[in-house]
Design a protein around this ligand. Structure first.
Ligand code: ATP
Length: 328
């Protein structure tokens, strides 16, 4: 059935044959192949447990979803979106990787990268706020991951420090793709696949039909004005949330926060926020170019990478190989 057979990442792993050559074998994994350990967290429809592969002792986080509950609450669609997006995003260190999915009578199982450092939100709360070096590093890893997701035609739509997990080396692993949007991909004449709203080339109107997300999703404090106004999310909506995150890393609180959701939305639509004293000028300049009401006027990803806030950052593989800075 589709829960065991869909997607390239599922049920397959690299193994060596007698001659030592890498061969790709189809290996069906199931509940019995793992030893379950401590509970890492609980969601509304899931429990996440630490687990070990009995064969090679590799550690994972396994998300266990109760089938009856998901069906009753009409969340089947979101579970499928999460699986489908994760299966599209397997070649980047900044996304929690999905290795296998399987099920038994009661539950669905997602075998994921273990993010033993917990949520960025937790670390940030403990520290109060980050210094500029730490903020630059975490912002850079988040942005590098957003760039990858967008290049693969995925809008996350719910970026926030709770959904940025940390691995044991304190590098970023973005999670929670249940409300993501997969954009229609175009196949070019040469067979190359690109997102229909590729930032670099093509008709700027190409994205008008496909780069949209109709339903209302997200978390109040990070929701973009276009989602509130037009119920449309686009790639730039993730960059709005990214602007909120940079602000929060340095200030210790999100820019738009009020007593309730309605008042938070009013503030967002009025672009009503201010910087605390001592907020670094270079970061302020970047945030001001991201927290822009009109999505098409926000700084695009490549320009963000070249902003002086990120001076000295080595983008690409190096970023993920470097030692995470000590929290300050
Ligand atoms: P909700 O479904 O209510 O929005 P959620 O999205 O946080 O909640 P889950 O994705 O099931 O729900 O995560 C539950 C908890 O488990 C979270 O607090 C998260 O920090 C933790 N968690 C999720 N995935 C991992 C992982 N790969 N490694 C370590 N901890 C994780």
């Amino acid at each position: 059935d589709e829960w065991n057979d869909r997607g390239a990442a599922q049920g397959t792993q690299q193994e060596s044959d007698a001659s030592g050559q890498q061969t790709r074998q189809i290996v069906k994994k199931g509940v019995k192949d793992f030893t379950f350990g401590r509970t890492l967290g609980e969601g509304s429809y899931s429990t996440v447990l630490a687990a070990t592969d009995r064969q090679n002792l590799k550690e994972y986080a396994i998300k266990v979803l109760d089938k009856r509950h998901i069906i009753k609450e009409k969340k089947v669609k979101y579970v499928n979106i999460e699986r489908d997006t994760l299966n599209r995003l397997t070649e980047h260190p900044g996304v929690v990787r999905l290795y296998y999915t399987f099920q038994d009578e009661r539950s669905l199982y997602f075998v994921l990268d273990l993010a033993s450092g917990g949520e960025l939100l937790g670390v940030l709360k403990k520290m109060g706020s980050f210094d500029i070096e730490c903020s630059r590093f975490y912002a850079a890893e988040i942005l590098d991951t957003i760039a990858y997701m967008h290049s693969r035609g995925v809008i996350h739509r719910d970026l926030k420090p709770e959904n940025v997990l940390l691995d044991r080396d304190m590098h970023v692993k973005i999670t929670d793709f249940g409300t993501a949007k997969i954009l229609k991909m175009e196949t070019k004449a040469n067979g190359a696949v690109s997102s229909s709203n590729g930032e670099m080339a093509g008709n700027p109107m190409d994205g008008a039909e496909t780069d949209k997300a109709m339903s209302f999703v997200g978390t109040a404090e990070y929701v973009s004005p276009e989602l509130l106004r037009d119920k449309n999310a686009c790639k730039a909506s993730d960059l709005w949330a990214f602007g909120c995150i940079i602000y929060q890393l340095l200030a210790g609180r999100p820019p738009f926060k009020a007593a309730n959701e309605y008042l938070t939305f009013q503030k967002i639509l009025a672009l009503e926020y201010s910087f605390p004293e001592g907020f670094p000028e270079v970061a302020r300049d970047l945030v001001e170019r991201l927290l822009v009401l009109e999505p098409s006027s926000r700084l695009p990803v490549e320009h963000i990478m070249n902003h002086r806030f990120f001076d000295g950052v080595r983008w690409g593989k190096d970023l993920w190989k470097q030692k995470a800075p000590r929290l300050k």
